[in-house]
Design a protein around this ligand. Structure first.
Ligand code: MRU
Length: 358
């Protein structure tokens, strides 16, 4: 059955509760409404939850894993079957349905696999007990994410110096996880350790996760943040105003190539050119050992209106062709280190395979 991770009394939850399980429903912050309104919505069934994932009401790789796990609970809760083989077939349909929502973040598939394994381990029990075990597993996945956030933050903060000016992309913070975030967690932790760290946040076109979410959450957390357009990062680096780049990941291949929000690759190339350390912060659940290199990672392409429109207003001519990949691949040789809850991996990243298989 599920492994219990004790919560230490020192760990206080951030005030931003991105995803919660309340009275048999998933409660999320609707991130499409930020920063104008902090609205929480309920997903009472798997259809509503899948829509929330596709429309980025809930987003960020670790949060997608948690949402997927609770989605499974929602999807099988009304099953009236009493035999396990039928239940397992229904479960598989729910897993396929949720898995078809967003293809890149491996945490979603990792969590769905855990839910399947959990059902399998409990197959000799009555169906209501299997359902209960699945609910416990989803809660456990959420709690583990909270703990992992803190562990990554502690490891990553050891690399930051007092006065560091950090560039980040997209949102890899509390809004993308159950607690502290990945890249932003490192910044929160450094601040708690008394280091004065300031942040430049890329706006992150087309959906503006940097402008809308990262700046909002850093301001909530009392971190000094300056918003820039994506195309300003190179200029800042060239002027010597960035000491480190910290980003999250949606999937890391076994060779250390990283899929993250579109624009991450550009930053990594610019960082190398300007001799600035480029760090990826992610939980082990973002590493996909089945994928040998980045070019095998499925990249989500999204609706053309995300590019032709800005703040819901059309800015491009009708009928123009659009290319809108949500993620890009940063080859491993641009990455100074990959910070995980277990260890900080440094090149050659093939070690990831060796270490994680142990
Ligand atoms: O499309 P999104 O907003 O889900 O993309 C999120 C990112 O690219 C994040 O950087 C990544 O998921 C890491 S979140 C800790």
């Amino acid at each position: 059955m599920s492994r219990k991770i004790p919560r230490t009394s020192k760990d206080k939850r951030l005030p931003i509760a991105t995803i919660e399980w309340e009275n048999g429903k998933v409660k999320i912050i609707d991130q499409t409404k930020l920063p104008h309104k902090l609205v929480r919505i309920y997903c009472p069934d798997v259809k509503t939850l899948r829509e929330a994932i596709s429309s980025l009401k809930v987003r960020g790789a670790p949060a997608l894993g948690i949402a997927g796990a609770f989605g499974v609970v929602l999807g099988i809760q009304n099953s009236s079957t009493t035999d396990f083989p039928t239940f397992a077939r229904e479960l598989e349909e729910v897993i396929d349905y949720l898995g078809s929502s967003r293809p890149t973040a491996v945490n979603l598939f990792w969590a769905l696999r855990r839910m399947r394994d959990c059902a399998e381990k409990n197959k000799d029990r009555e169906i209501p007990q299997v359902k209960r075990a699945l609910e416990e597993e989803a809660l456990q996945i959420m709690e583990e994410d909270r703990i992992r956030s803190r562990q990554m933050a502690k490891k990553g903060a050891s690399l930051l110096k007092d006065g560091d000016r950090i560039l980040t992309h997209c949102n890899a913070g509390a809004l993308a996880t159950a607690d502290y975030g990945t890249a932003l967690g490192v910044i929160y932790r450094a601040k708690e350790e008394g280091k004065k760290v300031t942040v430049y946040a890329d706006e992150t076109r087309p959906l503006l996760q940097g402008a809308r979410l990262t700046t909002w959450e850093l301001l909530q957390g009392g971190v000094e943040v300056t918003l820039i357009c994506d195309n300003m990062a190179g200029d800042l680096m060239q002027r010597g105003k960035i000491d480190k780049v910290l980003v999250g990941a949606d999937r890391v291949a076994a060779n250390g190539d990283v899929a993250n929000k579109i624009g991450t690759y550009t930053l990594a190339v610019l960082a190398k050119e300007n001799e600035i350390p480029f760090y990826v912060v992610c939980p082990i659940s973002s590493i996909d050992l089945q994928i040998l290199s980045g070019n095998m990672i499925p990249i989500e392409e999204r609706d053309s209106r995300e590019v032709t429109h800005f703040a819901r207003k059309r800015v491009a001519p009708n009928g123009v062709k659009v290319y809108n990949p949500a993620f890009d691949i940063t080859p491993a040789h641009y990455i100074t280190a990959i910070i995980t809850e277990r260890q900080i991996f440094r090149p050659p990243y093939k070690e990831i395979l060796g270490e994680l298989k142990k």
